[in-house]
Design a protein around this ligand. Structure first.
Ligand SMILES: Nc1ncnc2c1ncn2[C@@H]1O[C@H](COP(=O)(O)OP(=O)(O)OP(=O)(O)O)[C@@H](O)[C@H]1O
Length: 331
């Protein structure tokens, strides 16, 4: 069962300089489902559109970001709401149906207020609770359930370590038990030991609350540790989706193969291969498959047509003419 479905989404950064319009095609015709009770990882090089995709999922669509086309459908309690056409619904869905864990915890935690105050603000608005004792009790219970010390409520954000701040942000984002938790580079900038703690916390939340987590990171090691399914993005498009096992054991797209081959392996001291060349400008992406200029398997058709994302086996989808001749109907 799906909790979120993204259909034909095009989200561009549209700007104008001296009367000339510029369109950065950050998310270009993306189709994706988030299933109930799964951790979905979104991977890809810097600038491929991961954060833009997340911004649209949480309705953070402000100029120059413009949604030209598509739907973002949240499905819950037998209802289905498209937050692109029903922007007014976003406030009521936020925190309860979906919540967002941003890259830097300081953008959520107010540096001049104790952590408990941020919990109070959230619970007063969304649960309509005014009693401070009750708010503290709910907050402490939630922190305890996540294995975090409740004393953090009495601290200012700067008194906590970076890892603890990130964990507190995750606790805050999950206190109303949202159906979908959307985390943007939640483990980036943390050292590996702290990173492991944050990953374990996200896994614990998912196994206890049975919700869905979408986690964006360019770090394939993190995806290997946490994701049930992985989405590979490149230059604003999805190139491959599959179970973590399929992506790591049987990658189909040449780009995914490069990503996997570039990972270090225990005992293998040979130099890792990286993807040749650089990602294209999304102002003027290459015609056809956007990866073709860097692909060692590129064929004539790859320069002309855009491969469609096709299910090749049991939900393992790939957009590559090596695996299916189906092309996208429109660019
Ligand atoms: N405000 C903006 N105005 C114009 N272009 C933008 C803006 N924000 C992002 N972009 C461009 O949109 C494209 C996608 O950016 P996005 O941040 O979504 O990528 P990303 O994969 O999340 O990268 P990173 O891992 O570095 O955060 C990039 O080409 C980026 O330069």
């Amino acid at each position: 069962m799906e909790v979120l479905r993204i259909e034909n989404l095009r989200a561009y950064y549209v700007t104008s300089l001296y009367g000339v319009e510029r369109r950065v095609r950050a998310v270009d015709n993306v189709n994706l489902e988030v299933l109930e009770n799964e951790i979905l990882g979104i991977a890809g090089e810097s600038g491929c559109g991961k954060s833009t995709l997340l911004k649209t999922m949480i309705g953070l669509i402000k100029p120059p970001l413009t949604v030209l086309d598509g739907k973002i459908l949240y499905k819950f309690n037998g209802e289905e709401i498209d937050i692109i056409s029903k922007k007014d619904e976003i406030t009521s869905l936020k925190w309860k149906v979906f919540s967002y864990v941003p890259q830097g915890s300081m953008s959520v935690l107010n540096p001049t207020r104790k952590i408990i105050k941020t919990f109070e603000d959230l619970l007063k608005v969304h649960l309509k609770i005014e009693d401070k004792g009750e708010i503290r009790k709910i907050s402490e219970e939630h922190l305890k359930a996540l294995g975090l010390p409740s004393e953090v409520l009495n601290s200012y954000p700067h008194q906590l370590s970076g890892g603890m701040r990130q964990r507190v942000t995750i606790a805050l984002s999950t206190i109303l038990k949202p159906k979908v938790i959307i985390a943007d580079e939640a483990t980036t900038a943390l050292d590996v030991v702290v990173q492991r703690g944050v990953i374990q916390l996200l896994k614990k939340i998912q196994s206890e609350f049975k919700n869905s987590i979408v986690i964006v990171t360019h770090d394939m090691g993190v995806h290997a540790n946490i994701a049930d399914r992985i989405v590979i993005m490149y230059a604003g498009k999805i190139l491959e989706i599959g179970s973590a096992r399929d992506i790591f054991k049987n990658p189909l797209h040449p780009y995914t193969k490069y990503l996997i081959e570039s990972l270090p392996k225990i005992g293998d001291k040979s130099l890792r291969k990286s993807v040749p060349g650089a990602p294209p400008s999304l102002l003027n992406p290459p015609k056809g498959c956007r990866f073709h200029p860097r692909c060692n398997m590129a064929m004539e058709i790859c320069k002309k047509e855009v491969p469609a994302l096709v299910d090749v086996k049991n939900g393992h989808k790939v957009a590559c003419f090596l695996h299916s001749k189906e092309a996208e109907i429109h660019e």
